[in-house]
Design a protein around this ligand. Structure first.
Ligand SMILES: NC(=O)CC[C@H](N)C(=O)O
Length: 240
């Protein structure tokens, strides 16, 4: 099995490495551009995308990360990692932030509101069940999460979520996209690494095989007017 890299600048990289370990795969912490050459695939964890972007800039990682994506190597972005991979992001801080890009979509940062609007929800993910077995539903942990507002023609939508809109209790709902795949790129707005269900990690590991990246020998893991009933169940300061 090829090595999996996990971008380890900030955020939930340890949790991704632990999830890979549960599958018997070694995740490699990536902090420098040259370390990317040692891995066949990469996980970009959740955390805080502006901070992560500043650290990536400081370590001169952007050119190597863009090259990694362009080479067709499998890359999975969770939450802040999804923002990193998007071609376009809205709701950014003043001055914006640098993105890796490559994923043909527009992502809205902090779509569900502030940290206190974090929530968990059951998501229907037929693709996951058909490839990995188990139930069709996956429990998504959304922590100050982004949502995908639109996708290009090559993007496969893996999961969406119906958001209640709090406009004078009209009962209306808006559908947003929360998981996608575009060839070698996988992105989830939620955090599978914070659950015991390792099917997303195993799905990603299989992408490496499909895209013929088995050459090396291990993996490195390196607001809206909403009315959300669910209350946050986790308080992790690494996510903002
Ligand atoms: N859980 C997360 O990764 C949160 C992402 C964060 N809201 C951001 O914009 O970077």
């Amino acid at each position: 099995m090829a090595l999996v890299g996990v971008l380890a600048l900030q955020g939930s990289f340890n949790e991704h490495i632990a999830a890979l370990r549960r599958l018997g795969v070694k995740g490699v912490e990536i902090r420098k551009p040259e370390q990317l050459e040692t891995v066949a695939s990469l996980i970009i964890p959740g955390g805080e995308s502006t901070t992560m972007a500043k650290l990536a800039e400081y370590h001169n990682l952007f050119p190597a990360l863009r090259e990694f994506v362009k080479m067709g190597k499998p890359v999975w972005g969770t939450c802040a990692g999804l923002i990193f991979l998007a071609n376009k992001a809205t709701g950014q801080k003043i001055g914006g932030q640098e993105l890796i890009g490559g994923l043909d979509c527009t992502v809205h940062r902090n779509f569900f509101g502030s940290q206190i609007r974090s929530f968990e929800a059951e998501l229907a993910v037929p693709e996951l069940a058909s490839k990995e077995g188990g139930p069709e539903v996956f429990r998504g942990v959304f922590i100050r999460a982004p949502a995908i507002l639109d996708v290009g023609p090559e993007v496969q939508v893996l999961a969406d979520y119906l958001v209640p809109i709090n406009e004078e209790n009209t009962g209306s709902e808006k559908k947003v996209i929360v998981a996608v795949r575009q060839r070698n790129l996988l992105a989830t707005a939620f955090h599978p690494e914070l659950t015991a269900d390792t099917r997303w990690h195993s799905y990603f590991l299989k992408m490496a095989t499909e895209t013929g990246e088995e050459a090396s020998s291990s993996i490195v893991a390196v607001g809206a007017d909403l009315n959300l009933d669910q209350q946050p169940k986790i308080d992790l300061p690494i996510f903002q």
